[in-house]
Design a protein around this ligand. Structure first.
Ligand SMILES: *[C@@H]1O[C@H](CO)[C@@H](O)[C@H](O)[C@H]1NC(C)=O
Ligand SMILES: *[C@@H]1O[C@H](CO)[C@@H](O)[C@H](O)[C@H]1NC(C)=O
Ligand SMILES: *[C@@H]1O[C@H](CO)[C@@H](O)[C@H](O)[C@H]1NC(C)=O
Length: 473
């Protein structure tokens, strides 16, 4: 093999030498020149070599398509390595990968050994705890799967259970809700048992994201027996693990889960990057991730939470959902004022930067007229409904439906882009009684390599009490 990684060839590494020595931070760069003698360079192999040992950051350079595929191949069994960003153009791209911080590292190695067992290439011999859900993105990933994951972690920690956790975002019994999320970006993915599809139920998830496990579910196992919570399947797993997952807090688990489930694959990453570049060309004041002026992200959840049905069923007024845009903005501006060290003094005479997401068109209309902040949004692919229109229509008032089933893969991509842009901010204001709001918040943490923004949540849950601690440097 021609070019192996040259860990010492990174210029910025030399400059950072002092830091590296004291913080156990190592940096590796790959130089991937043309290697005329053996054809295509083995980019994934070079990544593996360059990240051996205590390396915590690495850079890979090459044609975008080739290195994207190599990054996926490298990342799949290594949840502890995270894609950060690419720069350059398609012919010569430079992509940065980061490892999770030291305190989280050993827990992620445990996760790898369970999710990607080396001796389980044959999916029929993989022992997995399988869970299915066909809920909306928030309900599925932040409630059903998350609670299943939390239960699985505690069983692994407290007993001899050694399985992979296999979430399947589809439900054999039902015409699945999120089906629309996948088209047209994923083609017409049909996993309904009614039509005897030959597509594996894993295919959906893996249209946007990397596999969560090397154990997969084939169509043969896909049937009516797989309902009602976690189901354990197949043969024993023989790895010895000492004290797996000990000392993880609730916030740590949420972020770890997000990092397992929402690792974008090359196709999604490149699409989001393309959309980000296009959006930034029109929104040049918006800070780049981790640098530049301070900003705050706001998610205003109204929609069905404020329909008479859910006001009654879930007591959503006491849950803090009847708040105006200005109520959210008040909190966001106050948080930014209270933490001047996280804000940028050079902007103090300019209006603050806010990123807004909502499911209620009324909120967008109000925000557009705001004179207190500069409001940024990513337009949804499917136009939002408005609460005022809902109340004008006498026929809809008894209904619990706010039209979410119209969301398509275009909306999924606009959410992922929004999360990416929001993750530049150190502040988040939402209502984490909403699972969609949690999807956004933990999505920001995931994009920030585990470091969550400060949060204020209206309502009865207090995420600030459950901040993750294992991702601090
Ligand atoms: C890797 O880093 C950890 C902590 O940062 C340290 O305890 C360990 O000794 C290091 N291992 C090597 C091989 O340098
Ligand atoms: C699906 O396959 C089963 C068994 O192979 C068969 O009995 C059933 O009729 C098929 N259903 C459809 C809708 O094709
Ligand atoms: C929601 O808040 C508005 C403004 O404070 C108020 O006029 C309205 O009655 C509230 N709605 C409910 C159902 O409590």
């Amino acid at each position: 093999m021609a070019a192996i990684g040259h860990p010492a060839s990174c210029l910025s590494c030399a400059l950072l030498l002092q830091l590296l020595m004291t913080h156990h931070l190592f940096c590796a760069a790959l130089r991937l020149g043309d290697s005329p003698h053996d054809g295509e360079p083995d980019y994934a192999g070079q990544l593996r070599a360059a990240t051996a040992g205590n390396v915590t950051r690495t850079v890979v350079t090459g044609p975008l398509k080739k290195i994207s595929e190599a990054i996926d191949e490298f990342l799949i069994p290594r949840v502890e390595w995270r894609f950060s960003h690419c720069s350059g153009n398609w012919r010569k791209s430079k992509c940065v990968l980061l490892r999770v911080p030291d305190k989280a590292f050993r827990h992620f190695l445990t996760l790898d050994s369970l999710q990607f067992p080396a001796d389980a290439k044959d999916p029929n011999r993989c022992r997995a705890t399988v869970m299915t859900s066909s809920g909306w993105v928030g309900q599925a990933t932040q409630e059903e799967f998350y609670f299943g994951f939390e239960q699985w972690v505690s069983e692994v920690r407290d007993s001899h259970k050694r399985t992979a956790f296999l979430p399947v975002w589809s439900d054999p019994r039902l015409d699945s809700h999120p089906a629309e999320y996948f088209s047209p970006f994923c083609g017409e993915v049909d996993v309904s048992p009614m039509t005897n599809s030959t597509v594996s139920p894993m295919t959906r998830q893996e249209c946007f994201f990397l596999p969560t496990s090397s154990c997969t579910m084939d169509t043969a196992h896909w049937g009516k027996s797989l309902v009602n919570g976690n189901v354990d399947m197949a043969v024993p797993f023989r790895h010895r693990l000492s004290k797996p997952f000990d000392g993880l807090g609730v916030g740590d688990l949420h972020v770890m889960w997000q990092m397992l489930f929402f690792r974008q694959n090359a196709r999604t990453r490149n699409e989001i990057a393309r959309r980000e570049a296009e959006w930034r060309s029109k929104n040049q004041a918006w800070p780049a991730s981790g640098t530049g002026p301070a900003c705050a992200a706001i998610h205003v959840r109204h929609g069905d939470k404020l329909t008479p049905f859910w006001i009654r069923e879930h007591d959503t007024i006491a849950g803090g959902f009847n708040k105006s845009f200005d109520d959210y903005l008040d909190v966001a501006l106050k948080m930014m004022e209270d933490k001047p060290q996280l804000t940028d003094a050079s902007r103090s005479k300019k209006l603050p930067l806010i990123f807004l997401m909502t499911d209620d068109a009324d909120i967008i209309a109000v925000a557009k007229g705001s004179r207190r902040a500069i409001i940024h949004t990513v337009p949804p692919s499917t136009p939002l409904n408005s609460l005022s229109d809902f109340y004008k229509d006498k026929d809809s008032i008894g209904s619990s439906d706010f039209g979410y089933s119209a969301a398509t893969s275009g909306d999924m991509l606009s959410w992922l882009l929004s999360i990416r842009l929001m993750s530049a901010c150190n502040f988040f204001v939402g209502n984490t009684e909403s699972s969609f709001s949690r999807f956004l918040y933990y999505g920001m943490c995931e994009q920030r390599n585990g470091r969550c923004p400060r949060i204020f949540s209206f309502g009865r849950r207090h995420e600030q009490d459950d901040m993750p601690t294992m991702f601090e440097e």
